[in-house]
Design a protein around this ligand. Sequence first.
Ligand code: LMR
Length: 404
Amino acid sequence: TWNAVPLAPPDSIFKLTASYKEDTFPQKINLGVGAYRDNDNKPWVLPVVKKATEILLNDPTIDHEYLPITGLPEYTGAAAKLILGEDSPALAEGRVTSVQTISGTGANHLGALFLSRFYEFNGEKKAYLSDPTWVNHFAIFKNVQVEPVTYPYYDPKTIGLAYQPFIDTLKSAPERSVFLLHACAHNPTGVDPTREQWGQIADVILAKGHYAFFDCAYQGFASGDLDRDAWAVREFVKRGVPLLVCQSFAKNAGLYGERVGALHIVAPTQETAQRVKSQLSVLQRSEISNPPAHGARLVSLILNDKKLFEEWKRDIETMAGRIIEMRKELHKLLTEELKTPGNWDHIVNQIGMFSFTGISSEASQALTEKAHVYLTTNGRISMAGLNTHNIRYFAESLDKVVRG
Ligand code: LMR
């Protein structure tokens, strides 16, 4: 048995963490995985999460029974409000179906599986993903027999948005195509459309009857403001674009390993939303039976308690603020001190956890091999891996590879 099983390559993002851990070089830097680190390169348990944990520990009503198949209702309800807005008309009209998922990846999977089963594809089952996108998106869609195809998104010449080619693809794609959109803080490029561009994207999507598959893994990380980062999703809902949203609390609550996420499907009517929910329940039951409780309880406490919620917002500002500081510092080192050839303004213009440096895959590899700086070969760096202690070493190493 298993003689025909081919050897698969290791995951392109998580293999970096493993190699970094094995490396004994003192100045090594991990800019691979998108996980927040404090200024001492330590994982950061948010103070608000510590408080919520304490509350749970002392709550005598907590047990380890199963959650409902679609998850903890206080959690999914509050999570829906967080992304769609307190005053969302879709929520008020009962048109939103929310299901707790195994973080954002689980939400993407369940959303893609639901589409694969029930979406009336125009011809072949395809989903348009931005070029580039989070690599896992490809595998997630393939797993449910939806063929991933790409739409232009990033322009290497400007290290910015390939806006016109993106719009042209929206226009030329068959009607009712599925487009995956990053709600904010695009992974891996850190390049988001402006509000005006989002408006025009929504216009074309509506005109063509496309479906918007939003992935929102970084709410709060783009601007430090939860509402501002949800703007595109809310605008699309307001305009009546058919859509779903995949939501993750891995990054903005630092709950990576707890796998807290949700899938929200906005339906045209309350009655449709109920039918959608019934089918999502059937899918969820066969896949995970019911979702894990601990992380959802933590997030539910934070979202449903005014004081904890305010504290969480401050924690998010701390994380987003440190990343913005690192952007400024890196930009300053490259442009003012080292006078590294090229334009580095994108470092401060891009937003969220990642920066797309624009360096070649050879240069990325050289950084890893020569300088012990771990990053994906597409030149993406996780800004959270930089801190006041290692940023100079990183800037100097980058400067060296750019000069060749
Ligand atoms: C990343 O892109 O680094 C993160 O989203 C972590 C992951 O699961 O790949």
